[in-house]
Every structure is written in structure tokens, then in C-alpha cells.
Design a protein around this ligand. Structure first.
Ligand code: ZN
Length: 194
């Protein structure tokens, strides 16, 4: 997770009240450092992910599927951002991206750069999604991927759907427990990437 996205999200969540912000903080820290996922389950009912590497992104997705927790996912790069919400039984990150890109194909935020203000924009959208889930109001981004172009200041949403052949949330899942995500993504352990 980039520090900017995390802080942006945290600041957005703090406007909702310290307890929620604290829960998001603890949950993010727990998932970032591979702590007991069931500790994270106790801390928060909704998981918010802003990891900037694929290993952690797949790890958080799979954990949310196994724990049947909503996952509010966000990512940013350069001047573009995107966000969506995966609800239990209604699709997951792997439905959209079954396999990670080859190592080195997609540059990280540290390598390619990112517009700082974009962190707060996408983070606030994620915080809004979490609030809506908690309050049970509005229409979440489940089934829709929100795309944000900071240069044109335009947004659009595209329909996404659950893949019945998804290896994690499909009809006949073959991945039923956490795996070695660094090996899966062909990357070095996330905590060594800086
Ligand atoms: Zn899936």
C-alpha cells in the first residue's frame, strides 16, 4: 500500500469518526503484515484495500472471499484511478484479473509515479463505499468498476460480473485456502519492495 493512498483513505475515514478510522488502520496493518486474518476479521467487517503490489492485492482478495467479507478495492497510477466493491458471492478481484501480469510489466507507483492528490480522491471514494455498506444506504460499486481520469476530470463506470469459472469464488473453486502469493505473482516478498 502506498503511504499516500493509505493516508488519504485514513483522512477520509477520520471524517467519519475515529473508531472507524482506527478500525481501518488496524485492519490495513494486519493485512499488510500478514498477521492472523481472523484478527482482521474481528477488527473490521469491511476490508479496504489499496495495496500497490499484486501479491498483497491477491492475498487480500482471497482472504475476503474465504472470510465472506466485502472488499472495497482501489488502485492508482500516474493520473488514473479506479475503485470497486466486491460483495461476498458476487464476484471478486480474480473474476476481473484471473492472473497477475508478468513481473515488471506493470510499473509500481514508486517506479512510474502518481499524482499525490489522486490518493485522497480514490481513498475518499473507498471510504464512502465502506460507510454506505455500514449504513446500508445507497448503491455500492458492486458490479461496477469506477474509472477516474484526473487529467480530463472525467469518471465513467464499466460493468463487471462474477466469473462462474473463477478459481476462488466460482462454481468449482480450486483455490480454497491462502497460497504463496509471492510465488503466484513471481515477485519478491512485498515487505522487501520498499
Ligand atoms: Zn472471483
Amino acid at each position: 500500500m502506498t503511504l499516500g493512498l493509505f493516508l488519504g483513505t485514513l483522512l477520509g475515514a477520520m471524517s467519519l469518526g475515529v473508531p472507524i478510522a482506527f478500525a481501518l488502520l488496524l485492519c490495513a496493518v494486519a493485512l499488510m503484515w500478514h498477521l492472523d486474518l481472523f484478527d482482521a476479521q474481528i477488527i473490521a467487517q469491511n476490508i479496504l484495500n489499496g495495496a500497490d503490489n499484486f501479491a498483497v492485492r491477491y492475498l487480500v482478495n482471497d482472504a475476503c472471499v474465504f472470510l465472506e467479507k466485502p472488499l472495497v478495492d482501489g488502485s492508482i497510477l500516474l493520473f488514473d484511478g479506479q475503485a470497486t466493491t466486491y460483495l461476498p458471492g458476487k464476484g471478486c478481484y480474480r473474476c476481473l484479473y484471473p492472473t497477475p501480469p508478468p513481473p515488471g510489466m506493470v510499473p509500481s507507483c514508486a517506479e512510474a509515479g502518481v499524482l499525490g492528490a489522486l490518493c485522497g480522491t480514490i481513498g475518499s471514494i473507498q471510504a464512502t463505499e465502506v460507510l454506505k455498506l455500514i449504513l446500508g444506504v445507497g448503491e455500492s460499486l458492486n458490479g461496477r468498476l469506477l474509472l477516474y481520469d484526473a487529467l480530463s476530470m472525467e469518471t465513467r463506470t464499466v460493468r463487471i460480473r462474477r466469473d462462474p469459472n473463477c478459481v476462488v469464488c466460482g462454481e468449482n473453486p480450486t483455490v480454497t485456502q491462502l497460497i504463496d502469493y509471492d510465488e503466484f505473482c513471481g515477485t519478491a516478498p512485498a515487505w522487501n519492495e520498499g
